[in-house]
Design a protein around this ligand. Structure first.
Ligand SMILES: C[S@@+](CC[C@H](N)C(=O)[O-])C[C@H]1O[C@@H](n2cnc3c(N)ncnc32)[C@H](O)[C@@H]1O
Length: 355
């Protein structure tokens, strides 16, 4: 096989019904050779394709360490308390959190290439950091009653494959991927796959014809896995996302699926597959409904700016009355980027669940 495009064309030859966008997105992001994330962690931040809260600097990790301390207190200071992270990428968030607290750390990482990079970055931490392949394995030492833990993931869900639906004015159609006579890929409106029926039943129908929405089947399956994982405590999901009332508006009629390449964002998602990051906004209202049904009630759900502002209170109070040194000035600049509504403060949301 020569490229992701060839791989898709060969799959399309075997699929007269076309391919679900979720299948194309999964290959474009996670194929071990040709996927954007498959071969190993890409550079994030300046020199990469996009920024995340982690790439802004160590303050984000320091504040999550504060959240870990609060969770540990609320759980009654259990000795086995552990921070669990998924989507640890190159291990940067783990390094920042570990530098700011004494808790052990567990990384859920199915990709061996990522583990190698994470192990190198975190080598100095010795056996404070351990790894598992899946959420089902997190209770490594078989703590009775499950592991007391804070689970964190930053920008995991926006990178999960989604199905695409388009409102015709009368019915929901699935946008599936097909190839034309010149082997170019295009979206074709089709009868939706049967497993989309339940999600379709809960979608509004007062929309203009052509309105596109993403269906997060993979994120919902992940949430079920999370609910069943053998740990208890809190779950912190941070990502950019929208509520239902923001998603089903004329401004969002094109949906939220976008690609990122060298800090440029556009909706030409069928081009340069495998070379660009592909993402969608997390539909937080849907996620919250599903979490409640899985007995994971919401502890808080806020814009990142407000949420981090509260978490940062003890640190900000400790700075009062002293002229900031260079390190503090750098951290304050990071605080500004993470919390300013025009930068990351409003578009990013943080959902904390009890588990
Ligand atoms: C947008 S990047 C975010 C990286 C990092 N958390 C940050 O905020 O800088 C998405 C990450 O999710 C990871 N990922 C996607 N699915 C995953 C899964 N099932 N388990 C672990 N990591 C996953 C990808 O490998 C990639 O590193």
């Amino acid at each position: 096989m020569l490229s992701l495009h060839d791989l898709l064309l060969s799959r399309l030859r075997e699929s007269p019904e076309g391919l679900a966008w979720a299948e194309v997105m999964a290959l474009a992001l996670y194929h071990p050779e040709y996927g954007y994330y498959g071969p190993g962690p890409r550079r994030i931040g300046r020199g990469g394709d996009f920024y995340t809260a982690v790439s802004v600097g160590p303050l984000y990790g320091q504040l999550l360490a504060e959240l870990a301390r609060q969770t540990w207190e609320q759980l009654g200071r259990p000795a086995a308390f552990t921070i669990i992270e998924q989507a640890a990428h190159d291990g940067q968030l783990a390094a920042d959190v570990l530098a700011a607290c004494d808790f052990p750390y567990l990384i859920v990482e199915p990709n061996p290439r990522y583990r190698t990079v994470q192990r190198e970055k975190l080598a100095a931490q010795g056996d404070r950091v351990r790894w598992v392949n899946s959420l089902a394995e997190v209770n490594l030492d078989a703590a009775p009653g499950g592991l007391p833990a804070l689970f964190v993931c930053n920008e995991l869900l926006d990178a999960m494959p989604v199905h695409l639906l388009r409102w015709s004015g009368e019915t929901w159609q699935e946008l599936r991927v097909r190839a034309d006579a010149h082997e170019g890929l295009f979206f074709s409106p089709e009868k939706p796959e049967r497993r989309l029926a339940e999600e379709i039943a809960s979608l509004p129908t007062h929309l203009q014809p052509g309105h596109v929405v993403e269906v997060p089947l993979a994120a919902l399956a992940w949430l079920r896995e999370l609910a069943a994982a053998p740990f208890h405590g809190a779950v912190c999901i941070a990502d950019y996302g929208l509520d239902a009332e923001e998603l089903f508006t004329p401004e969002r009629a094109q949906g939220t699926l976008r690609r990122y390449l060298q800090h440029q964002m556009d909706d030409r998602v069928l081009e340069q597959l495998g070379e660009c990051d592909l993402t969608t906004h997390v539909p937080f209202s849907r996620l919250i409904d599903a979490a409640k049904q899985l007995a994971m009630p919401v502890l808080s759900y806020e814009h990142q700016g407000r949420w981090l502002g509260k978490l940062a209170m003890p640190w900000l109070a400790s700075l009062e009355g002293q002229p900031p040194d260079a390190t503090t000035r750098a951290l304050l600049r990071q605080f500004q980027s993470l919390t300013h509504p025009g930068i990351m403060g409003r578009s990013f949301r943080v959902l904390v669940l009890e588990k």
